[in-house]
Design a binder for this molecule. Structure first.
Ligand code: F6P
Length: 342
């Protein structure tokens, strides 16, 4: 069997570990051949391939990014895109595809599977907001990076009696903010699922100073004010692809805190640092197990499935379970953490 592999969406620590596991087990156990598709769905769309075998996978386990490259190309948004993908797969002699990606990439995989393409999915996102799986790889690395940043910022906050606002990734979901906020001992955590009131935030800041401690706030990039709140705190700027260009809410909140409380405030935007570099051991382990399961799914022709961590087991679940609805922080989980905040 000839298997195509692609990685789509934002890069994420652990992508190379998945590719390595897919290829190693595919070659050694099943005798499969591989075709690497470059830059997500752009690869099969435009017929851009690279050689992919055990040799290409040597030394990549601890490396961030993806040796295949990535993009946010969506063939369903391109005229004739799906037909071109089907033609190129046939031309390359590809019998099955392993698609590694998040909401968009696996959304495409789900629709292609419905059209009869033999595809399996591996869930990836540092945001951890894909349903159907307890965790996605990349999340643990991002949380560790954010936690280390918070740990370091405590010293500046205390020494200078300043408010430190740490902006972390999380367009729709506050998992990175909540986990790193708890792990790093933050005092306030603002997430997209629970709109905030800037006045409440400022009074928490003041009460924190009253107890002689300088507050650390962790803010998801997608956090929003409560209805009727000041929407100028949220970016409205669009990027070249029509997506809201997030980033900067931390800075705007810091400025608002300074204006309202008279306390000095600084913001730190962690941005793509959370996605770059070497994966944690947990992410390498999870990504490797996802890769092994994905090639097993191909070997048993269990197509239209996504690999999922359920407890300690990796299961093959229908792709739609991952791409149907985003997994968000529940009000209960957020409420449970409040004892440490404020
Ligand atoms: O989906 C992961 C993610 O890191 C989001 O948290 C963030 O909004 C987005 O990617 C940023 O993507 P880009 O690199 O395209 O700006």
């Amino acid at each position: 069997m000839r298997v195509g592999v692609l990685t789509g969406g934002g890069d994420c620590p652990g992508l190379n570990a998945v590719i390595r596991a897919v290829v190693r087990k595919g070659v050694k156990t099943h005798g499969f051949e591989f075709v690497g598709y470059r830059d997500g769905w752009k690869g099969p769309l435009e017929g851009i391939t690279m050689e992919l075998g055990i040799e290409q996978c040597r030394g990549i386990l601890p490396r961030g990014g993806t040796i295949l490259g990535s993009s946010r190309t969506n063939p369903f948004k391109i005229d004739g895109g799906v037909e071109r993908i089907q033609e190129n797969l046939a031309k390359d002699g590809v019998d099955a595809l392993v698609a590694i990606g998040g909401e968009d990439t696996l959304g495409v995989a789900t629709k292609l599977a419905d059209l009869g393409v033999d595809v399996v999915g591996v869930p990836k996102t540092i945001d951890n907001d894909l349903s159907g799986t307890d965790f996605t790889f990349g999340f643990d690395t991002a949380v560790n990076i954010a936690t280390e940043a918070i740990d370091r910022l405590h010293t500046t906050a205390e020494s200078h009696h300043r408010v430190l606002v740490v902006e972390v990734m999380g367009r729709h979901a506050g998992w990175i903010a909540l986990h790193s906020g708890l792990a790093g001992g933050a005092n306030i955590v603002l997430i997209p699922e629970q709109p905030f009131d800037i006045e409440e935030v400022c009074s928490l800041v003041e009460s924190r100073f009253e107890s002689r401690y300088s507050p650390i706030l962790v803010v998801s990039e997608g956090a929003i004010p409560k209805e009727g709140g000041d929407m100028t705190l949220v970016s409205q700027e669009l990027d070249a692809f029509g997506h809201v260009r997030l980033g900067g809410i931390g800075d705007r909140i810091a400025k608002e805190i300074e204006d309202r409380t008279g306390k000095e405030a600084r913001a730190v935007v962690l941005g793509h640092i959370q996605r770059g570099g070497t994966p944690t051991a947990f992410d390498r382990w999870l990504a490797t197990r996802f890769g092994l399961a994905a090639i097993d799914a191909v070997a048993t022709k269990n197509f239209g499935t996504m690999m999922a961590l359920r407890g300690t087991k990796i299961e093959q679940v229908p792709l739609i379970e991952g791409t149907g609805e985003l997994k968000l922080v529940s009000p209960e989980e957020y409420a449970e953490a409040q004892v440490f905040f404020g």
